[in-house]
Design a protein around this ligand. Structure first.
Ligand code: F6P
Length: 304
């Protein structure tokens, strides 16, 4: 029997509003996928708060998610990687969940026809500052690849769904588990090697150990690879120009860390769990070492 996302959420007995919110995100991702397949791949002519040029698709995906989530009555406020400030939902439509999201992570890969994704961290709150990744009640990632898939956790394991031909997300992998050791590695920000010999040694360690390289340049597909292959390690350390690296705690690292930890893996900034780091500002960045727990431990030790 095929199990839909709705049935899975219902059977998992998670809060009803959270269930509807996750379903809303899943159905909105289908519009975003359509926009990606048919939309303009050029620049929007604007830049985000990090000074990065926004693609028309980034702006459109953000607008689609904001429009749908602002109106759904389950959300108190929204923070997006593409917006400088949070969007507080008008009183009459307020719900109890704060949603932080990256509407289209890795969007610059679209014109090369690589896989990309959307990431969501969900908190029972009405703001984000002062929260930790551990405060998330759920997180999910949508992967737009040869297939559209969705992985979610509501802190009762990690489950994958595939979008079928009639637009339903159908359970494809339940209770995904990540092994402690890995044979795949995904080393982000290799340019850090120029100023950090420790990172060079870590990459050497993987290469001398005959690990297999699996790196796409998109955090969502790269970490999804670890979930699907049930092992692997993804790293994105800081370097001299960007001591905390590039990836954002609230929009990228915390939601992906919750997925990976719920699958039995680990996620660290080199010193502490990603999920223990307090959000001090919306655009906070953090180095990240994530995946199979023994590999994360080894990476943190070698980078110390
Ligand atoms: O944050 C966006 C992102 O595209 C991630 O998905 C990816 O892991 C990273 O940037 C790649 O960074 P770089 O462009 O430094 O290789």
């Amino acid at each position: 029997m095929q199990i839909s996302l709705d049935k899975h959420l219902n059977d998992s007995k998670i809060d009803q509003d959270l269930r509807y919110l996750i379903l809303k995100i899943a159905s909105t991702a289908k519009y975003v996928h359509h926009a990606m397949q048919t939309g303009d791949l050029g620049l929007a002519g604007t830049s985000n708060m990090y000074g990065e040029a926004q693609l028309a698709l980034d702006v459109l995906a953000n607008q689609i998610f904001i429009r749908e989530l602002e109106d759904c009555h389950y959300v108190s406020c929204l923070a997006s990687e593409e917006m400088e400030d949070i969007c507080v939902v008008p009183q009459e439509k307020q719900g109890k969940y704060a949603v932080a999201f990256d509407p289209l992570d890795g969007s610059s890969l679209v014109n090369a026809n690589f896989s990309i994704g959307s990431i969501f961290g969900i908190y029972k709150a009405d703001s984000f500052i002062g929260l930790k990744g551990d405060d998330q009640v759920a997180s999910l990632a949508v992967v737009y690849g040869p297939r559209v898939t969705l992985v979610y956790t509501a802190k009762k394991g990690v489950h994958e769904f595939i979008l079928n031909a009639v637009g339903e997300f159908i359970l494809s992998n339940e209770n995904i588990k990540i092994e402690k050791s890995a044979k795949h590695f995904a080393p982000g920000n290799l340019r850090a090697i120029a100023s950090d010999k420790k990172y060079a040694k870590l990459v050497d360690y993987w290469m001398n150990g005959e690990y297999t390289l699996r790196y796409s340049g998109g955090m969502v597909p790269d970490i999804n690879h670890i979930l699907m292959k049930e092992q692997g390690v993804f790293t994105y350390p800081g370097y001299k120009n960007m001591p905390s690296g590039k990836l954002r705690l609230l929009y990228e690292c915390a939601p992906m860390a919750l997925l990976v930890e719920q699958a039995g893996g680990a996620a660290s900034n080199g010193k502490k769990r990603i999920l223990d780091i307090k959000v001090e500002k919306l655009d906070q960045r953090t180095p990240i070492y994530i995946g199979s727990s023994d590999e994360v431990k080894m990476a943190c030790k070698m980078m110390a």
